[in-house]
Design a protein around this ligand. Structure first.
Ligand SMILES: [Cu+2]
Length: 345
């Protein structure tokens, strides 16, 4: 019995030591060969390779925060509180994303991302009424060139040279109890696009050992100019680092830390006359910071006709938020996706 336990412990110790064994060359041909599905533009391809991907994302937002403190809904609409007429209470958002990647050379991979968004926002009014507004449509298209800087052994470093095109609408409309049966311009968070071109510079580092892999990415988004409605979405800054554990040839688990900061909008949409109507029409109540812990699972088909197919899922749990509030708090982000790489001829 003691012998058996000793043997098991020895086995565990060996398994734990295995991660430090050397992987001499970085490869995508592992379940953890791509970053967790919540990371964009994490990997490059070899010359001539295509990749197609589909992602579905659900983001939950519920309850109001001011700074790091929770604010009850009645406090937002109370004349002795924040004194708004209406407050949002909940906002689920869904996004479908289709992506294509192509590598004209080993050094450069090109990427295009298309998305379709569905948003819904529940509200309560000072008088105690409740209503919901909805919006949806194709969002801003993203185009990125990933440029390899370092490809040495198990380490990779590339630049993310991204841009977004203002293809999504900034004139999403719906009825509200105050709109008298006609549709009116929806508040900033319910819009589908930004209305401006944006630059998305960033970098990505990848490393790999026999059983584990890791990476880090930093990316920013800078909107250029003002849109046709005289406002601009705030700049965004994101940093993430992750760790992958290859449990079997085809299956891996991941854990990630993701920090993001997004600034207030600038300018004002002329449709929003009274900024005390609802917090979501106030451009100064849209910025914030958040730290998430996303946990993921990744499946990669190692052989057969579907070799190279990946199925990935990740759930991001927010552990800290500090919002220019009152503003809706994020409760979680779930992402699931499939990726199919096609090697040349
Ligand atoms: Cu790819």
């Amino acid at each position: 019995m003691t012998k058996r336990i000793t043997a098991s412990l020895l086995g565990l110790a060996l398994a734990a030591a295995a991660p430090v064994a050397a992987q001499t060359e970085w490869t995508s041909s592992r379940p953890d060969g791509h970053a967790p599905i919540g990371v964009m533009g994490d990997h490059t391809h070899e010359a001539g390779e295509f990749m197609f991907s589909y992602r579905f994302m659900h983001m939950g937002m519920e309850g109001m925060l001011d700074g790091t403190a929770e604010v009850p809904n009645d406090q937002v609409v109370s004349p002795t509180g924040y004194d708004f007429m209406v407050t949002p209470t909940e906002m689920p958002m869904q996004m479908h994303m289709v992506g294509a990647m192509y590598a004209p050379s080993d050094r450069v991979t090109l990427m295009a991302m298309f998305n379709y968004l569905s948003k819904s926002m529940d509200h309560v009014t000072r008088a105690g009424g409740a209503f919901t507004t909805e919006s949806g449509g194709f969002g801003d298209i993203g185009v990125t060139a990933l440029v390899g800087l370092v490809q040495e052994g198990p380490n990779r470093l590339h630049l993310n040279l991204g841009a977004t095109l203002p293809t999504g609408t900034v004139e999403a409309m719906d009825e509200t109890p105050a709109s008298g049966g006609s549709e009116v311009q929806l508040p900033y968070p319910m819009q589908i696009g930004t209305g401006t071109f944006a630059l998305q510079p960033g970098f990505t580092y990848l490393g790999m050992a026999e059983r584990v892999s890791w990476g880090a990415q930093g990316r920013s988004t800078f909107q250029l100019g003002e849109n046709d409605r005289d406002w601009k979405v705030g700049n965004q800054y994101m940093g993430t680092t992750w760790f992958g554990f290859r449990a079997t040839e085809q299956f891996s688990l991941s854990a990630r830390l993701a920090y993001q900061r997004w600034e207030n909008y600038s300018g004002t949409d002329a449709a929003f006359g009274d900024l005390m109507m609802v917090p979501t029409v106030n451009a100064d109540l849209l910025g914030g910071q958040r730290l998430d812990v996303p946990l993921g699972a990744n499946f990669w088909v190692a052989s057969g006709a579907l070799r190279g197919l990946r199925v990935l899922a990740e759930y991001a749990l927010p552990v800290w938020q500090n919002l220019n509030g009152p503003q809706l708090e994020t409760t979680g982000v779930f992402t699931v996706g499939v990726q199919l790489s096609v090697e040349p001829g």
